[in-house]
Design a protein around this ligand. Sequence first.
Ligand code: NAP
Length: 530
Amino acid sequence: MTTPVTGDQLILGEASRTGDETFNALDPHTGDALPRAFAQTTPDDIERAVVAASDAFVAMAARDDSDRADLLDSIADALQEKAEQIIDAVMRETALPRGRATGELVRTAEQFRAFATVLRQGWHRDALVDPHAADALPIARPDVRRMNVPVGPVVVFGASNFPLAFSTPGTDTSSALAAGCPVVVKGHPSHPETSELCGRAIQDALRRHDFPAGCFSLLQSTHNEIGAALVEHPLVAAVGFTGSEAGGRALFDLANRRPSPIPVYAEMGSVNPLLVTAAALEKRGHQIAEGLANSFLFCSGQYCTKPGLVLVPSGDAGDEFVSLLARAVRAHEASPLLAPNVAAAFDRSIERIRETVGSENVVCGTTSRRGLERPAVLVTSSAADLEAHADILTEHFGPLSIVVRYRSTANLLAVLQKVPGSLTATLHAEPEDQGLVAALLPVLTGKAGRLLWNGYPTGVSVTGAMMHGGPYPASTFPAHTSVGWTAIRRFMRPVTFQDFPDELLPTALRSDNPLGSPRLVDGQLSNAPA
Ligand code: NAP
């Protein structure tokens, strides 16, 4: 059955419109406005959505984890039931190819299912039980029990490049709902139809499982003030953000200036250095060049994990490697970028790089420049030159990578020191590089949240051990991740119950452990009664 799209805000389980102003998303192929108009959020909408979320919080937090797990499974099912309509909307609004949109929808549904599994296993609570110990030193220990509880209403901002997995139904929304937090999404203005369809799927599932309607709202707007007002609202407890460094930093600063500051878990852009050793170049140069070109050109390089800086030894093998990359760039079929602001920022990047390293060091692919179409770009530089122009070591979102030639390990380390905090760092090396790798690892570990060995960083597995964050500016909280099971921790906080009677404790902390959840009891991991 086709879901109606009305262009309204989704608040309290209904479609709602309180203002007259509207906006239209653009067709990236042509740059023209798409026909459907969407209502701009008003201050009234914000107030209703946030108050509804706050009112829903206690009831939502009181529901069993197993109820929330069922809800998450239902949202996953609802997204997949509407798959055809959602995928069409994604393609219309983003120009991403069908295969990518289809894969992203499956991933998004699986993220909900993964958090449902986490809830059923129970380890998100991080439960610790330290029973009363009369003989503890230096004094007797009271009965101390601790577990995580949800923080309260969460505001979510999605990114343009992942209209599903990092947007309205994305990992911030699924992890916050899993934690027991109502969510207000500020939809990304480049894909409002996609957001509305997904928002309606979430509303349907909430209804089906009898959760309060205030547990989820979707507000759509092209005005930054709307996002700012959400972050500043006193009833909001935390923010999940994926997007640009400028946007994430602005909202982070705003949240810190509130009378009661709140965390903004911003996952932002990244340089993602990829390093090739001389031994790897000699053995696998062609293969690495091919894999790397696919990685930084796929979907026009619009990935936060795109390898944007490639470090390659100088010499003949390195020259050949660079010419293989340049050939791939020239042969690359250009496709439209996601949104006008993305295309404009890409144009500024190319201009700035040309001025810095000289046009002769910039190879461009071909493009008609129709709509938001832009060429693929390869930039070459030496380690010495780049050290002097370290300001270009920043994310250039789009199909562009900078290849830097190094002459020595010292050269290499000097460039790496200048690389800002990143989501990933990749090593292409051979077993005989053990000494070099040992010297590089501490530097790379200090720079990135995920280290890859002989691979490409673009894809991010949704799994328990994944770390998708990194030192600033990759994220504002490098201890946390937006992808993977531990993403739920961002929206929970630990509370200790001291000397409480068993019957008044949360079920997960009771001595008989009725949920059978994993707990550290007196320092020992156990599912058994305490
Ligand atoms: P964006 O322009 O920062 O937008 C993200 C969201 O934040 C939008 O809803 C935007 O609304 C809002 N926003 C931005 N600046 C704001 C401000 N000053 N005040 C209030 N709201 C603000 O990012 P994008 O272009 O959509 O996404 C591309 C970027 O996201 C790239 O840098 C990419 O690397 C990064 N990204 C990172 C990850 C990750 O996990 N690390 C994942 C995906 C994407 P408006 O559009 O109305 O301004």
